[in-house]
Write a protein that binds this ligand. Structure first.
Ligand SMILES: NC(=O)c1ccc[n+]([C@@H]2O[C@H](COP(=O)([O-])OP(=O)(O)OC[C@H]3O[C@@H](n4cnc5c(N)ncnc54)[C@H](OP(=O)(O)O)[C@@H]3O)[C@@H](O)[C@H]2O)c1
Length: 263
C-alpha cells in the first residue's frame, strides 16, 4: 500500500533508538525526508547513518533536547530552511522515572511535565504554522498505554501523558478544517533497548531470569507477547499517511490488548 508520503518532510524527535528510531526508519523507507533529534550528537549521528544505510533515504540529525524549547524552535526553522516545509511531526521523548506518589516532589512533576507534555505542546506550536501554510499536516504524539490505564508505579508518566491526550484531542478539533490531523498513539510493552535494559537489570537485581521478566509483562497482555518496534512504527506510518486523513483526535493503543477499557 502506498502511504502517499514520498517527498513529505518529517520530524521524529527522540529518535536515536527505540520507538522513535523505528518510526524514523519506517518513514524513511516510505520516501519521506526525515529529520531526527536526540540529546547526544554522537548517538543521533550514528542513528542517522544506520537509517541511511538501511533505506538509502535522506536523514538529517539534530542534537536537541526536546525540553529545550529554543533548541526545538531552531531545529524546526532549520528544517523549514533546508526543505521548504514541515509536513509530519512525531512527538516523542524519554519516559520519566518510575515510582509511587511518595517518591516524588513537585519539582519531579514539573520535570515530567516538561519532558512529556510541554515538549509536545512546544513542538506542535513550532510546526503548525508550516502545516497551516500548506493546508496539510500530520501530528502524532507518542504517549503510553498508561495514559489510558494508569500503572501504579508510573505516577509521573500517568500524569504527564494524560495531559498530552487532552492537548492533542483539543488541538485536533481546532486544526482539522485546515487539513491537519493530530492523534496520539499509546504503546504497551514493546521490545526496545530500554525494555531490554530493564530485563537485564531484573537479572542483575537477582529477581529472576530474563524469561521471568518477560513472563511477568506477558501475563497482562492478551496477545501473549510484547510488541516489536517495527509493528509500532508501521501503525504510526499509517496514521501520518495520506489515506489516514479522516482519522483525527484518536488515542490509539498499540498494546496487544493490554488496555482493558472499551473506549
Ligand atoms: N518501549 C515500551 O515498551 C514503551 C511503552 C510505553 C511507553 N513508552 C514510551 O515511549 C517513549 C519511547 O520509548 P523507548 O522504549 O523507545 O525509549 P528508549 O529506548 O529509552 O529511547 C528513548 C529515546 O529518547 C531520546 N531522548 C530521551 N530524552 C530525550 C530528550 N529530553 N530530548 C531528546 N531526546 C531524548 C533518547 O536518546 P538520547 O539519550 O540520545 O537523547 C532515545 O533515543 C518513552 O517516552 C517511553 O516511556 C515506551
Amino acid at each position: 500500500m502506498d502511504l502517499g508520503i514520498k517527498g513529505k518532510v518529517a520530524l521524529v524527535t527522540a529518535a536515536s533508538r527505540g520507538l522513535g528510531f523505528a518510526v524514523a526508519e519506517r518513514l524513511s523507507r516510505e520516501g519521506a525526508s526525515v529529520s531526527i533529534c536526540g540529546r547526544s550528537r554522537e548517538r543521533i549521528d550514528s542513528a542517522a547513518e544506520a537509517i541511511i544505510k538501511k533505506t538509502g533515504g535522506e536523514v538529517t540529525a539534530f542534537e536537541a533536547d526536546v525540553t529545550d524549547h529554543l533548541a526545538v524552535k531552531e531545529m524546526v526553522q532549520e528544517i523549514k530552511k533546508k526543505f521548504g516545509s514541515l509536513n509530519i511531526v512525531v512527538c516523542n521523548a524519554g519516559g520519566p522515572p518510575p515510582g509511587m506518589h511518595h517518591d516524588f516532589s513537585i519539582e519531579d512533576y514539573r520535570a515530567a511535565l516538561e519532558l512529556n507534555l510541554l515538549s509536545t505542546i512546544n513542538l506542535c506550536y513550532e510546526a503548525l504554522p508550516f502545516m497551516k501554510e500548506r493546508r496539510w499536516g500530520r501530528i502524532v504524539a507518542i504517549t503510553s498505554v498508561a495514559a489510558k490505564q494508569p500503572l501504579d508505579n508510573l505516577i509521573l508518566s500517568n500524569t504527564a501523558r494524560a495531559g498530552v491526550l487532552g492537548f492533542i484531542k483539543t488541538l485536533s478539533n481546532q486544526v482539522a478544517s485546515l487539513g491537519i490531523t493530530a492523534n496520539c498513539v499509546c504503546p504497551g510493552y514493546t521490545k526496545t533497548e530500554r525494555v531490554e535494559e530493564l530485563a537485564k537489570k531484573f537479572v542483575t537485581d537477582g529477581k529472576g531470569s530474563e524469561e521471568d521478566f518477560y513472563d511477568t509483562l506477558i501475563a497482562a497482555i492478551p496477545a501473549g507477547r510484547v510488541g516489536t518496534p517495527d509493528e509500532f512504527a508501521k501503525t504510526v506510518a499509517f496514521l501520518v499517511s495520506e489515506g489516514a486523513g479522516y482519522i483525527n483526535g484518536v488515542a490509539l493503543q498499540i498494546d496487544g490488548g493490554f488496555y482493558r477499557g472499551i473506549i
